[in-house]
Design a protein. Structure first.
Length: 435
């Protein structure tokens, strides 16, 4: 039984307990926990989106640094852009005059590369002209171009974003149907694709510039070769034939049988000489041995000619298929590139190096063809004399073949090194590799 003196203490304890229960308010605390969890989940999703955007942008930036082909850049853009906004399909269109041309696509889409859309009469064209993204919730009703034109006949929603580089509208990214349930694209998707499109536009502009530079360089090299052979024909063959014409015309005017006989004998000698000149020019253009007997035989003949004509010694190491070997023969374009590279390098040595000895080595390792031409001549400065020595054309040949060229020169001579992918001819067996 409780005394009166205990009752105030008990009442106080009960009051404290009630106060603690009120202050703790477990229900409110649980609500706060739930709210915080939702905030954290939202932030996590935002971080995941930001991470995907950074990844996609990084991949495109790497492509710019690698100077890869425009086609490869476009394929990378559509793949990474589609993943970024979780689209079922994505198309990239580039401007060509007053039209947009489909250049690449990814996802659930029929191949539509090369399809052209008029800028003035298409929704994509207006997105390009106004440089403003557009979200479309009903493709069939709102897209001015039929979905089938994009190869997405069953598309429901779309997100169109312009690609702008330094104020110039280059093209449009068109994403269709977000996720497996074909949901509409939201503001976050638009913002991410807009950011990605800016990097994509930079990559496209850089790739187009590289492509144009390579074309100009290739045309310049071709023009230089045409001028070279024009000089050869003019200086050698045409002048010789002109002299022959004068000789025969003079003999005919004199009406002297003995002089005519002598003139004909001289004409035969001149003709034999000019035939030899023409054969030499034809051999320089495209040696028959290269087609008939293969690269090694053609190179051996080239080295022998230079040794006889130029007077320097040539050490050779040619680890290539022999003349009777059909399996494993290199691709025809690659053979031409290798032959031309050696031809130009040896011509430079003969004209400029004043060398006594040249070493030529061609080997194959890990799927690459390694070519080296080393001389003991006077050397030069590659940074200031590349055009005079034809190094620009050599770089162009090697680059177009997918390889790389290094030129090192100094007082002890010059080394020209090239690495090329060792592609074999179509239908030829791969050469057996040795461990």
């Amino acid at each position: 039984m409780k005394t009166d003196s205990e009752e105030p203490w008990i009442r106080h304890l009960l009051n404290v307990g009630r106060s603690l229960m009120t202050e703790l308010d477990l229900g409110a605390a649980l609500d706060r926990v739930r709210h915080t969890a939702r905030e954290l989940t939202g932030r996590r999703q935002e971080l995941e989106k930001a991470f995907r955007s950074l990844e996609a942008t990084r991949d495109v930036a790497v492509a710019i640094g690698d100077e890869v082909s425009l086609e490869h850049v476009l394929e990378l853009i559509v793949e990474r852009g589609r993943e970024l906004v979780e689209a079922r399909s994505l198309v990239i269109m580039l401007r060509d005059g007053q039209e947009l041309v489909v250049r690449a696509s990814a996802g659930h889409i029929r191949e539509m590369q090369g399809v052209r859309l008029p800028i003035a009469e298409s929704t994509s064209g207006q997105v390009l002209e106004h440089r403003r993204p557009e979200r479309i919730t009903d493709v069939a009703a709102m897209l001015r171009t039929a979905p089938d034109e994009f190869g997405v006949a069953d598309a429901h929603t779309a997100l169109l974003v312009p690609m702008v580089y330094r104020g110039e509208a280059l093209g449009v990214l068109a994403a269709f149907d977000r996720g497996a349930d074909w949901a509409a694209f939201g503001e976050d998707d638009e913002q991410m694709l807009r950011t990605f499109a800016a990097s994509a536009a930079t990559a496209v502009a850089m790739a187009q510039t590289v492509q144009a530079d390579r074309l100009r360089s290739s045309l310049a090299a071709a023009d230089a070769e045409r001028r070279h052979w024009a000089r050869e024909l003019h200086d050698e063959t045409l002048q010789g034939l002109g002299g022959l014409h004068v000789l025969l015309s003079s003999a005919l005017r004199r009406n002297d049988p003995e002089r005519a006989q002598e003139a004909m004998r001289e004409a035969v000698e001149h003709l034999e000489q000019e035939i030899g000149n023409l054969r030499a020019i034809i051999t320089e253009l495209r040696p028959a041995a290269l087609d008939e007997l293969g690269l090694r035989t053609a190179i051996e003949a080239l080295l022998d000619r230079h040794r006889e004509q130029s007077g320097f010694d040539i050490d050779r190491e040619l680890l290539l298929p022999g003349p009777s070997t059909r399996d494993g023969r290199l691709d025809g374009d690659l053979e031409t590139t290798v032959y031309r590279l050696l031809q130009e390098a040896l011509t430079n040595v003969a004209k400029h190096a004043r060398a006594d000895r040249v070493q030529v080595a061609i080997t194959e390792s890990d799927g690459e063809l390694l070519i080296e031409v080393r001389d003991d001549g006077t050397g030069f400065d590659p940074a200031t004399t590349s055009h005079g020595l034809g190094l620009a054309g050599m770089h162009e040949r090697v680059t177009l073949a997918g390889g790389a060229l290094i030129v090192e020169s100094g007082e002890h001579g010059t080394v020209i090194s090239a690495r090329l992918p060792a592609r074999v001819a179509s239908g030829a067996a791969q050469p057996e590799r040795r461990a």
